[in-house]
Design a protein around this ligand. Structure first.
Ligand code: PA5
Length: 424
């Protein structure tokens, strides 16, 4: 399918120019309490590398461009010592935010083949399903996330087999203290940008305990697919042949409403969180068929005009899902502010889902650039963590959650970077 068919844009910014500030104000003030967001001027494009570098002061683009390399290197990361459990009754991935996303991807890839439930637990403690025959994977890039520490402590207290995937922090200390298997990740990334590091070791761990989620051939295909896609999405690639830039421009100042199908639904959620953290703007996400039974009723004019309908399609989707996408579009297109479709790439489920997630990373990156916002930093999230730590862990001191790079990383591709503050 040609790119022009893959992305169907309506009422976006086809000249690759941002709408004037009035267009954003008309959406109803996404700035709210924190003030109106800065809106790029009408001459802002995504093809000026100078503009991109001026806004992307932490060189996030290099991290995203190196994603395929990150994934490839991550296939070599293993848990030490190897987990001793064989065929657990359930797998519970405890994680939050970017570190939970790898669990979602794992569960989505396993959905059509694993006979063991893979649950993603986002919260404190552990659910009862995490019993002595289960396996808990405590996934936290920084190793400092309170909810995940609490989940691991619950596993230790209950005697549930557990392992840790982290770059350091308290989780690494607990793993060392209790002799738990740990996958030691390279540091220096934002967690949401470490998806490859978090995901591929978890895949290997599951294979090691007898749960096959993807074959070696499927992993190889996924790596190739992501590699090829990356070359199409980097800032050097002009808008006319760059799907992520085109999507960001089509969304413009609207709120993206991102819907996946039965298989791509979890990826839609990942897009939403990437948009929120990278572009610092609202996004909603859902999946078909479920949204056909509720959220569809919200798509009424005039409010729907402030949203951009973004459909995440899969070449392997069920005919029923295809029909539902078609009818949904027919019913809401006139009310929506704009409509785009993006399709998975590759054959295997892992390639399809990972490449779609990667497209979302780049799209959210370009949305940040359009809004003249540094995609790297997350000051409110950091501040919330700081205050929680002050209240519950006995002191105001903690390392900044956002890695502070001491020097620009230009030209460092395919490698993770160290930060002044060590691993997140
Ligand atoms: O991407 C981010 O920075 C966040 O979503 C984090 O992943 C989240 O706050 C949890 O932190 P960590 O991944 O370090 O456990």
């Amino acid at each position: 399918m040609s790119e022009s068919r893959r992305i169907e844009e309506r009422r976006g910014f086809p000249e690759c120019v941002l709408a004037p500030p009035a267009a954003l104000r008309a959406l109803g003030g996404v700035g709210g309490h924190f003030g109106a967001p800065h809106v790029a001027g009408p001459t802002m494009t995504l093809d000026d590398l100078g503009d991109i570098k001026r806004i992307d002061v932490h060189d996030t683009r290099d991290v995203l461009a190196a994603f395929a390399a990150q994934c490839r290197e991550a296939t070599g990361l293993v848990a030490r010592p190897a987990p001793s459990i064989d065929r657990p009754s359930a797998v519970v991935v405890a994680g939050m935010g970017g570190s939970a996303a790898s669990g979602d991807l794992l569960a989505a890839c396993a959905a059509d083949r694993a006979d063991v439930p893979i649950l993603v637990h986002r919260g404190y403690g552990l659910p009862p399903v995490a019993g002595r025959r289960a396996l808990v994977i405590a996934s936290s890039y920084s190793g400092e996330t309170a909810e995940v520490i609490s989940a691991l402590e619950a596993a230790i207290a209950r005697g549930v087999p557990a392992l840790v995937i982290t770059a350091g922090g308290r989780l690494a200390e607990l793993a060392a203290q209790y002799g738990l298997p740990r996958v030691a990740l390279p540091g220096g990334l934002m967690p949401r940008m470490a998806l490859g590091n978090l995901f591929f070791p978890a895949l290997s761990v599951l294979a090691g305990v007898g749960i096959s989620v993807a074959t070696d051939a499927e992993v190889a295909e996924a790596l190739e697919t992501v590699d090829a896609l990356g070359a199409e999405l980097v800032p050097e690639r002009p808008t006319r042949s760059n799907e992520a830039k085109r999507l960001a421009l089509a969304i413009g100042n609207r709120i993206p409403a991102i819907y996946g199908g039965q298989d791509t639904g979890p990826i839609a959620y990942r897009w939403k969180t990437d948009v929120e953290e990278n572009a610092k703007t609202f996004a909603i996400a859902g999946s078909l068929p479920e949204m056909n039974h509720n959220e569809i009723e919200a798509w009424r004019a005039p409010a729907a005009g402030g949203f951009h309908l973004l459909l995440l399609r899969d070449h392997a989707e069920l005919p029923e899902i295809t029909r539902r996408f078609t009818v949904l579009r027919e019913l809401v297109e006139a009310a929506a502010g704009g409509v785009s479709e993006s399709w998975t790439r590759g054959r295997g489920r892992l390639a399809r889902l990972l490449s779609l997630a990667y497209l979302g990373q780049w799209t959210s990156y370009y949305l940040a650039i359009l809004r003249e916002i540094d995609p790297w930093t997350i000051p409110l999230l950091d501040e919330l963590k700081r205050r929680m730590r002050t209240d519950f862990m006995g002191g105001p001191e903690m390392a900044p959650q956002t890695p502070q790079r001491s020097e620009p990383s230009r030209g460092v591709r395919g490698r993770t970077r160290e930060t002044r503050d060590g691993p997140r």
